[in-house]
Design a protein around this ligand. Structure first.
Ligand code: RB5
Length: 145
């Protein structure tokens, strides 16, 4: 099954985004790249809101956001109803974010994780699935407030 993955970054995540795009080019991933494509300074909330709007509109299955630390994009993405963005610095977090939290957006720090670790985290995120069961009730409570 092909996964529609929508990705975006700011200038702090550009290098990692390009590396990951290359790494995923021969996988079962259909990429929608919202940019940025150049290294000029931008405001991470702008691209994050754009990605979140498209994801919640059903234009993609999962999202990947990259800024310098991953913090700004994760805070912003989680302001959107229906978005569960997980900032991950290792594969275990990526696996758990899908299996327990049904995360639909992975956030990475381009200045925090290197290319190899970033690729491992993304592949783990994409290949993990929500476990449901007791976790469904917990996830359903996230949106109540
Ligand atoms: C940009 O310098 C940096 O602040 C941004 O990429 C991100 O790390 C914010 O959380």
């Amino acid at each position: 099954m092909t996964i529609r993955l929508i990705i975006a970054c700011d200038h702090g995540g550009l290098e990692l985004k390009e590396t990951l795009k290359q790494a995923l080019s021969e996988s079962n991933v259909s990429l929608i790249d919202l940019g940025v494509h150049t290294s000029g300074s931008v405001d991470y909330p702008d691209l994050t809101h754009r990605l979140a709007d498209k994801l919640t509109a059903g234009e993609a299955d999962l999202g990947l956001l990259i800024c310098g630390t991953g913090i700004g994009v994760s805070i912003t993405a989680n302001r959107h109803r229906g978005v569960r963005a997980a900032l991950c610095t290792n594969s275990y977090m990526a696996k758990m974010s899908r299996e327990h939290n049904d995360a639909n957006v992975l956030c990475l720090g381009g200045r925090v994780v290197g290319a190899a670790l970033g690729e491992e985290i993304v592949r783990t995120f994409l290949s993990s699935t929500f476990r449901g069961g007791r976790h469904s009730q917990r996830v359903s409570k996230i949106e109540l407030r």
